[in-house]
Design a protein around this ligand. Structure first.
Ligand SMILES: [Zn+2]
Length: 80
């Protein structure tokens, strides 16, 4: 399951959406699949209840789905 990430402290009016990390690096500034960067501490969740309530980044969601489709296509080619 993908980890969804968002900034812990956000300036007023900033997006509160959850993003998917493009790279999983600890203690480093991370980039989301949609290009969003996290310049500060983040929180991570795989809790779908929270994600449904607070909203996922639609761009990250689409890119994540595309990556999963690619992975499935790769498996199909190997088994053929
Ligand atoms: Zn995003």
């Amino acid at each position: 399951m993908a980890k969804w990430t968002r900034l812990l402290s956000r300036p007023a009016g900033a997006s509160t959406r959850w993003h998917v990390l493009a790279r999983d690096k600890e203690f480093a500034i991370a980039d989301a699949l949609c290009g969003e960067t996290f310049p500060g501490p983040v929180e991570v969740t795989s809790d779908t209840d929270r994600l449904t309530r607070e909203g996922r980044c639609p761009d990250c969601e689409a890119r994540l789905a595309a990556k999963q489709t690619e992975a499935f296509a790769g498996i199909g080619q190997i088994s053929r």
